[in-house]
Design a protein around this ligand. Structure first.
Ligand code: AMP
Ligand code: MG
Length: 354
């Protein structure tokens, strides 16, 4: 069992000694968790198959689920890939540094142990200053999946990382809460026309405004049959899941509130302790043993930012079931509903007319 060193860094003031230490640990094959603008990442040298193997071990991640390589500058992309198609260049120019990952044909330098044996590699250039400093200090591309135990909600605070990774990794850099709170948008550009593999803060509409219609992998919109292999292997795993049974109530907000009230009464009659995942606007409406607010509907970014924190918080409440409002009407609904429905194992109740 490793001793995990915790270092706090204010993202507006560089802590050169801590960054250099993180860089050395990574260059030597160690594991360092650090903040990015999406969620906290669990970093390792992406060109070192043994270091990548340590990520899989610490997370308990299936080995066919490939890792995203993080770079700090455009010139670091070229050695990792066989080619940079025009679509990739346009997308990178528009959204890097930022919360978008591109899947490209890989070069011989990237080990199969990082890409789950695929002949493509996923690459992202984050914008968070601490993430960028850590990558620069390491001097190598950094493989960094979300720093959670596989299957648990992704970490949006350093305390979430410690809950899952304390004693398993070398260092955690606490750079405060992340800004976005949901993982990056993944776009496959390895075959020319872009295909959306995972929705995120960079929305389909933003990409389409730039380059016309984009195909969407079926795994983005709903549950995929067990015999279908999605293009992003990670999309086939149950993910982000709280321990209690989570049900998402779909439909217009008023109908949803009414249906959740009814479900709460039924749960009480059955002796079940129920929780409600709601928003600050609707919290007062419910009579429930446990209520958790995922931000405010009138500020959709606050819903994205607090969703994983709220899912983790329910695990500490000993609830038997969780009833969640839906967020179909919000600008970030593509990414939010993708994660929420996966967390619920696609268990839904349709209320009123939608
Ligand atoms: P995480 O870093 O934990 O948010 O997960 C990374 C996601 O990127 C997973 O869903 C992977 O399946 C996906 N991914 C990584 N590399 C590739 C690749 N070469 N092709 C398709 N999807 C990928
Ligand atoms: Mg993840």
């Amino acid at each position: 069992m490793a001793i995990t060193k915790l270092v706090r860094i204010d993202k507006f003031h560089k802590n050169e000694a801590a960054i250099q230490e993180a860089g050395r640990l990574l260059a030597d094959g160690g594991l360092v968790a650090f903040p990015t603008e999406t969620v906290y990442g669990l970093g390792a040298n992406g060109l070192d198959a043994e270091a990548a193997a340590r990520i899989y071990a610490a997370k308990g991640r299936p080995s066919d689920n490939p890792l995203i390589l993080h770079i700090a500058a455009m010139e670091e992309l070229y050695p990792l890939v066989a080619e940079v198609p025009e679509t990739a260049r346009i997308l990178a120019e528009a959204f890097w540094p930022g919360p978008m990952t591109l899947v490209l044909k890989k070069s011989g330098r990237v080990p199969g142990g990082t890409t789950g044996g695929l002949d493509t590699v996923a690459v992202r250039m984050p914008s968070h200053p601490v993430a960028r400093q850590v990558i620069q200090a390491a001097g190598v591309p950094i493989a960094a999946p979300s720093a959670n135990t596989s299957g648990r909600p992704s970490p949006t605070k350093a305390i979430h990382v410690l809950e899952d990774m304390d004693g398993k990794i070398d260092m955690v850099i606490d750079g405060g809460d992340v800004g976005i709170g949901l993982e990056s948008t993944i776009i496959d550009v390895s075959e020319g026309t872009p295909v959306l593999l995972r929705p995120g803060y960079i929305t389909e509409e933003m990409v389409e405004q730039l380059m016309g219609p984009m195909a969407v992998d079926p795994a983005v919109k709903g549950q995929i049959p067990p015999d279908i292999r999605p293009k992003a292997p990670g999309m086939k795993y149950r993910h982000y899941a709280p321990k209690a049974e989570l049900t998402v109530f779909l439909g217009p907000p008023v109908a949803v509130c009414g249906a959740i009230e009814k479900a709460l009464l039924e749960a009480k009659a059955q002796g079940k302790r129920a929780g409600v995942l709601c928003t600050e606007e609707s919290e007062a409406f419910y009579q429930a043993p446990v209520k958790k607010c995922a931000g405010r509907r009138n500020e959709p970014e606050s819903v994205a930012r607090s969703l994983y924190d709220v899912l983790r918080a329910f695990d500490k409440e000993q609830v038997d079931c969780i009833f969640s409002e839906s967020f179909e009407d919000l600008p970030l609904s593509g990414a939010i509903m993708n994660r929420l429905l996966k967390a619920a194992g696609y268990r839904t109740v349709v209320c009123g007319r939608i």
